[in-house]
Write a protein of this length. Structure first.
Length: 118
């Protein structure tokens, strides 16, 4: 009985370590050159962009200079915004397209949203 518990706990720990390296360890700080050169791996920088609040208070032209031209059509109504495709992160489950939505009021960033779509 004790040996089974040790094996079970070992398997759980191994699964946790693998999940960490596949999902959480694949994050990067925002880098403008890398953002513009590698659109399919932008998802790696999304968490840093949002958690650092680096875009809040910037103007629309500043965001376009940093992120480039919009890469994704939007269906969001009623808000001035830009939508950027982030690519798709590796996952064990269903692949979801990720986008970064930058919302403006009076041409100034007031919110940044990381969106997941099937």
């Amino acid at each position: 009985m004790g040996k089974k518990i040790v094996i079970f706990v070992g398997v759980l720990l191994l699964a946790g370590v693998i999940s960490y390296f596949v999902i959480d360890a694949n994050e990067k700080q925002f880098n403008q050159v890398e953002w513009q050169a590698s659109p399919s791996t932008r998802y790696l920088m999304a968490k840093n962009i949002i958690n650092s609040n680096m875009f809040y208070g910037k103007t629309k032209p500043e965001i376009i200079t940093l992120l480039g031209n919009v890469t994704k059509a939007s269906t969001l109504k009623g808000k001035d915004h830009l939508v950027y495709s982030l690519g798709s992160a590796p996952t064990f489950f269903e692949v979801k397209e990720e986008t970064l939505i930058v919302i403006f009021e009076d041409e100034i960033v007031v919110n940044v949203i990381h969106s997941y779509q099937n």
